[in-house]
Design a protein around this ligand. Structure first.
Ligand code: COA
Length: 313
């Protein structure tokens, strides 16, 4: 559904700052990533989003294109970040149709709630494969284009590049691993890996002008993650524990994205930008409505969330 600008990006950014630029985003049909891409498109970029679900990805691409007249937004479904070949094909099609890749968002992720007792080896591996291997594959498939873009749009920190910025990647991570988080071992391990990947990329490719950063969203309203993973009967309590007293908005994640990709973020590299109202500083004892440590000691089953384990029948 087309959104009004105020829902996905602030008024403070200048229209056209990403003109003639291309953003490539994995997991681009999701709530957070689609808002990030929509903001970039509104501010001038063309885009390519990829996802596993064909209908959802193509529909979202059409929807994002409404953010700016004349915008080109490609939506490639049936692309699984766990397959490097599938990603490389999508990258080639994007470059052929849009002319290059200047910005990347590695946003594809998998999540569900399970304690270590409830987490099979295959379940753990699935999340590691989607998050860590998928992010690495995204890097491998897009990096040559980011290096080219960084070379074309150099920033010396004094005068803005006349052709704007380019050669930048953002990984969408999380904050669970800052403290450790019960029921989220798989995701904590995966996101710690993603943060390490971003930092190493910053170190190895900074000398070529590429910047690599992480955005770590906290609880963001209206997202698939919150819809699938939070206990509906504990919302008031969970909000009370957030120092800013509310959930975040997708617009707040988009604004952080625009900052890092724009001339304002030129010297930010190898950083994790936490956008969570300081929620992570209080997070461990709260466990999203699952009482700690009783839930674990009682070997209870995860109930009361939409994204619970499906029976194999
Ligand atoms: N609790 C415990 N284990 C679970 C689970 C849950 N809620 N959901 C899936 N698993 C297990 C499965 O049982 C399976 O393990 P097994 O073979 O030992 O039984 C393993 O995880 C893989 O499940 P499968 O459904 O085959 O994997 P998939 O690759 O199709 O899906 C997931 C990956 C599991 C991450 C799935 O939740 C997904 O596709 N998520 C995408 C959407 C998403 O999570 N977005 C992020 C929102 S924050």
């Amino acid at each position: 559904m087309p959104l009004v600008k105020q829902e996905y990006v602030s008024d403070i950014w200048k229209d056209g700052i990403f003109e003639n630029k291309v953003i490539f985003c994995t997991g681009g049909a999701g709530t957070i990533c689609s808002a990030q891409v929509r903001a970039m498109v509104h501010l001038g970029a063309n885009a390519c989003i990829i996802g596993r679900n064909v209908e959802k990805t193509e529909k979202m691409a059409k929807d994002i294109a409404t953010a700016r007249q004349g915008a080109k937004v490609l939506g490639f479904g049936s692309v699984d970040v766990r397959s490097i070949e599938s990603l490389q094909t999508a990258v080639e099609k994007c470059v052929k149709e849009l002319g290059g890749i200047d910005f990347v968002i590695a946003g594809a992720a998998g999540n569900f709630l399970a304690s270590i007792n409830q987490l099979s080896t295959n379940a753990f591996k699935s999340v590691m494969d989607i998050d860590v291997l998928g992010s690495y594959n995204t890097v491998k498939a897009t990096l040559p284009h980011l290096v080219t873009s960084a070379g074309k749009h150099k920033c010396d920190g004094k005068t803005a590049s006349p052709t704007g910025t380019g050669g930048r990647i953002i990984f969408v991570s999380a904050t669970f691993h800052y403290t450790a988080m019960p029921l989220q071992t798989h995701v904590s391990v995966a996101k710690a890996g993603i943060d390490a990947l971003s930092n190493n990329l910053a170190l190895e490719f900074g000398p070529r002008g590429v910047t690599s950063n992480v955005i770590a969203p906290g609880p963001i309203a209206g997202t698939e993650g919150m819809d699938r993973l939070s206990k509906t009967d504990d919302l008031a309590n969970s909000i009370k524990c957030i120092p800013l007293g509310r959930w975040g908005t997708v617009k707040e994640i988009s604004d952080a994205t625009v900052f890092l990709f724009s001339d304002a973020g030129n010297y930010v590299n190898g950083h994790a930008l936490v956008v969570d109202g300081a929620a992570w500083r209080t997070q461990t004892p709260n466990m999203g409505g699952f009482k700690y440590p009783d839930f674990l000691l009682g070997d209870e089953v995860v109930t009361g969330v939409k994204g619970g384990k499906k029976s194999k029948l």
